[in-house]
Design a protein around this ligand. Sequence first.
Ligand SMILES: *[C@@H]1O[C@H](CO)[C@@H](O)[C@H](O)[C@H]1NC(C)=O
Ligand SMILES: *[C@@H]1O[C@H](CO)[C@@H](O)[C@H](O)[C@H]1NC(C)=O
Ligand SMILES: [Zn+2]
Length: 355
Amino acid sequence: MASTVDNLSVVVHGAGVIRLENQSIPEPGRNEVLIKIHSVGICGSDVHFWQHGRIGDFVVQKPMVLGHESSGAVIKVGCDVTHLRAGDRVAIEPAVPQENDDFCKIGRYNLSPTIFCCATPPGNGSLCRYYVHNANFCYKLPEGVSYEEGALIEPLSVGIHACRRAGVTFGSNILICGAGPIGLVCLLVAKSMGAAKVMITDLSPERLLMAKEMGADITLQAKRETPQEMADAVCGHLSGMPDITMECTGAEVCIQTAIYATRSGGTVVLVGLGSPMVNIPILNASTREVDIKGIFRYCNTWPMAISMLVSGRLNVLRSLVTHRFSLEDSLQAFETAHQGLGIKIIIRCDKDDPL
Ligand SMILES: *[C@@H]1O[C@H](CO)[C@@H](O)[C@H](O)[C@H]1NC(C)=O
Ligand SMILES: *[C@@H]1O[C@H](CO)[C@@H](O)[C@H](O)[C@H]1NC(C)=O
Ligand SMILES: [Zn+2]
């Protein structure tokens, strides 16, 4: 690499401190590829690491590059890489298990204790110009799938994994709590898996409008009702109780609502992360056989997401993007995200294809 080439990166140095810094350009190892990053989505977790310097037990102890929703072009491959070559456009799956343990063998590699995710301390993220990643977790983007869509596969994957865990199928009636980016990807995936009716709730009328545009059958603005009242309102609007509730807010009252609203024998999936300890009506859930399931990221989702994008049946995904910034302007992008403006903010990292 010529010394004139920069590797500008967005680095968090603990709570409240975020800077644009130049780091050296890494060399790919045997099974790695060097990627010229094109598009990176800002995630709630990036904003949280910047604001609080931690998420639960994951603490920013040394400077960390942010960003894990990304795509770019391969510019160099390690000596053992056979399925990719320079020039390939790829989407990056950020969390990589380090060992082929029992969880990997059964296909649930997201549960491996050795999983290592970029932009979760201590792993450096991909919000920079040049980034190295395990080649097996880079997926070639076919013609017709844009870099921006490639970056959106990460949040989309959360929706795919949540819908799979929930058992969404042809004819499902579904309640989604929260119309932020994750609620919206759950909506998109549930509809394309054949859900009959999807209802979505949020405090914000703007977000509900967006949900309506993205195919929600019913929207309902929450107005700080009690969980029982909210559950009754949901069942009234849905003409019955949902088979599945996907809780995407993490708020205690919403988890309570999710349990009360879901029909007996149904499933509540906890997608949103909030307080580590919450009160929930556990007897109500257990005596009605309402299953409560957790999700941790995703696994085995990139190939199917790419197939769906190629098919054209997920074209609406791209309308999640409401703001775009160049890498040089990324501090402004983070301010915008922090103010809760828009849905998905994308940062363009390629100097040859900026904004
Ligand atoms: C991550 O990048 C920062 C900034 O370049 C650097 O200071 C830090 O040592 C890196 N961390 C790791 C684990 O490589
Ligand atoms: C559980 O919640 C449902 C739905 O709100 C309600 O109809 C039912 O009476 C509750 N059952 C118990 C045992 O609290
Ligand atoms: Zn994310």
